[in-house]
Design a protein around this ligand. Structure first.
Ligand SMILES: [Zn+2]
Length: 139
């Protein structure tokens, strides 16, 4: 097949959850990765909008041909833990939906605090809260 298609970050996550080399604690939002031994991946990052939130960095590797040579490519992408918690519990987030923090606290990714909303409903929900403007998709 040419050009080849490479698995995206989400494909890697689905596969690693299936293979149980990625573990998500649905209560604390701690994410663990098995690579020889279990390692904690969750760390707090500061988003473009200035809010802190727990996140993990997922690495993916693939090969591609460059000038007749096989080159190993490494890509990494951050994913917010609340999305990972939702995915670990219920599977992929459908297109057009976002995962909302019911208590509006981005540092609280536990499953009971999360809710799946359409983008439109999500905007409405945030616009209804005075003093908490909608920023971007990490809510
Ligand atoms: Zn939200």
């Amino acid at each position: 097949m040419w050009p080849p298609t490479y698995p995206g970050t989400l494909d890697i996550i689905y596969r690693r959850l299936r293979e149980k080399s990625l573990k998500v604690d649905l209560c604390t939002g701690e994410v663990y990765s098995l690579n020889g031994k279990w390692r904690k991946l969750t760390h707090t990052v500061c988003g473009r909008n200035g809010y802190h939130y727990p996140s993990v960095t997922i690495y993916r590797f693939y090969y591609r041909w460059e000038h007749g040579k096989k080159v190993r490519v490494c890509r990494r992408r951050k994913i917010a833990v609340h999305k990972l918690v939702w995915i670990a519990a219920y599977g992929p987030i459908p297109r057009g939906y976002q995962v909302h923090h019911k208590d509006l606290d981005r540092m609280n990714p536990e499953l009971t605090n999360l809710e799946l909303l359409t983008i439109e409903d999500h905007h409405d929900r945030h616009n209804a809260v005075v003093g908490v403007p909608h920023a971007d998709a990490i809510w």
